[in-house]
Design a protein around this ligand. Structure first.
Ligand code: URA
Length: 422
């Protein structure tokens, strides 16, 4: 077997055989297939697709590239959720401790930023002292004692995805249903969770721009999970505008803590509770009341213990940006669009994301929103505040936000899309 013949098969719209898939994933993991060859294959898959049989085999080969975890020693049922990625999507931060406070064990193996979307680990690393890298034993310890853990997948878990994820991020090959579905599901199945709730994002700030594509991605992933014995459900949720009022690492941690304290933006609270209910249902904890756990402080208590268990100081002040730039509303009226993709690109250019896989991120960089679609704004009022430590980034970020919003005449009747679409 050789890489060139596998690339040619997919380039020429052929179906990859089981042997080709098993070989290429194994050889790439071992370094025998080079990054440039895998990039070419990923681009061929993005352009020409894969059928369900190929996706199932590709996923199985990624699972087989590493170890499988076992949570059977835990006394609580496991519940996990995974988002396909969005702008301002900080939901894992309040959700994991909330679901743990309701009685489930929540193992959240999370990722870093991908393209214009933020990553949960990058966000949490803005908390002084917090560590993303845990050994499997440490992870199980935190899960057992606290009920929730958010950490990086260990090197042993789906290592093929670890390499391919970083490669796709910098080669324009993220937005492919077969690659997204196999990437997410290989990690989740290898992790060994009993149940999984998928938050499939739809809209400009998501990798899936249309409901039809999001449905296809959701049903592909639910099929993969179900075939591997994981109770899997999916919600399709709106990503045409950022979630909440912040996009950027420390900014999003601050907003998540507000939610855990019983406040926070309505859309973040709504989606956190909707996903919590699905997770608790899938874990067989139908009588739990997540709204109560948010209101009575028990979710906040789990958050504090979870952060401290990973070396973080939940009371430490979060980093703030050295420089800010305010974008004012150019006219009065009703905000009818605030584009998630443009805001994600702006946050990324301000330093919240990476241009190369080895780049560091700025903890304090990002975009703060002062209005959401449906709000009335007044000419001259702050619409956005851009945050960075490196002010030479403002111009480039401002180019992204220039066309990112529409303001209609005062009094225009406008209803924003619901947060949960299906
Ligand atoms: N999240 C993942 O883990 N993988 C993808 O490909 C996209 C989002």
């Amino acid at each position: 077997m050789d890489a060139i013949s596998v690339i040619r098969t997919k380039r020429d719209r052929g179906e990859l055989t089981d042997e080709q898939i098993d070989w290429v994933i194994d050889a790439y993991t071992r370094g025998e297939v080079a990054d440039e060859q895998m990039s070419a294959l990923a681009m061929a898959i993005l352009l020409n697709g894969m059928n369900r049989g190929e996706i199932a085999r590709w996923t199985a080969a990624m699972i087989a590239s590493g170890e499988r975890m076992d949570f059977s020693t835990l006394s609580r049922p496991t519940a996990d959720k995974h988002s396909t990625g969005g702008v301002g999507d900080k939901i894992t931060l309040p959700l994991a401790p909330l679901v743990a406070a309701c009685g489930a064990a929540v193992p959240q193996l999370s990722g870093r930023g991908l393209g214009h979307t933020g990553g949960t680990l990058d966000k949490l690393e803005s908390i002084p002292g917090w560590r993303a890298l845990l050994s499997n034993e440490e992870m199980l310890d935190v899960l057992d004692s606290v009920g929730a853990v958010i950490c990086a997948a260990g090197d042993g878990l789906a290592p093929a995805d670890k390499k391919l994820y970083a490669l796709r991020d910098v080669t324009g090959t993220v937005e492919a249903i077969p690659l997204i579905a196999s990437s997410i599901m290989s990690k989740k199945i290898a992790e060994g969770t009993g149940s999984l709730v998928l938050d499939v994002k739809v809209g400009s700030g998501a990798f899936m721009k249309t409901l039809a594509d999001a449905r296809e991605l959701a049903s592909t992933m639910v099929g993969l999970g179900t075939d591997h014995g994981v109770r899997t459900v999916a919600l399709l949720t709106d990503m045409s505008t950022p979630l909440g009022l912040t996009a950027g690492n420390a900014l999003e941690v601050r907003e998540s803590v507000e939610v855990l304290a019983g406040g926070g933006p309505a859309d973040v609270v709504e989606l956190t509770l909707a996903l919590a209910r699905e997770m608790l249902d899938a874990a067989g904890l139908k009588d739990a009341d997540p709204a109560k756990a948010l209101a009575d402080g028990s979710a906040m208590d789990v958050w504090r213990r979870m952060i401290a268990a990973q070396g973080g100081d939940p009371d430490a002040p979060l980093p703030t940006s050295r420089e800010q730039h305010v974008v004012a509303a150019p006219s009065s009226g009703v905000l009818t669009r605030l584009d998630a993709y443009d805001i994600g690109i702006a946050a990324w250019r301000l330093g919240a994301g990476r241009a190369r896989k080895e780049d560091p991120v700025q903890a304090a960089a990002g975009v703060e929103l002062h209005a959401k679609p449906g709000d009335t704004v007044t000419e001259g009022q702050p619409l956005l505040t851009l945050h960075t430590d490196t002010p030479d980034r403002f111009d480039y970020a401002l180019q992204a936000v220039r066309g990112s919003y529409d303001i209609a005449a005062p009094g225009t009747d406008f209803t924003p899309d619901p947060v949960v679409l299906e």
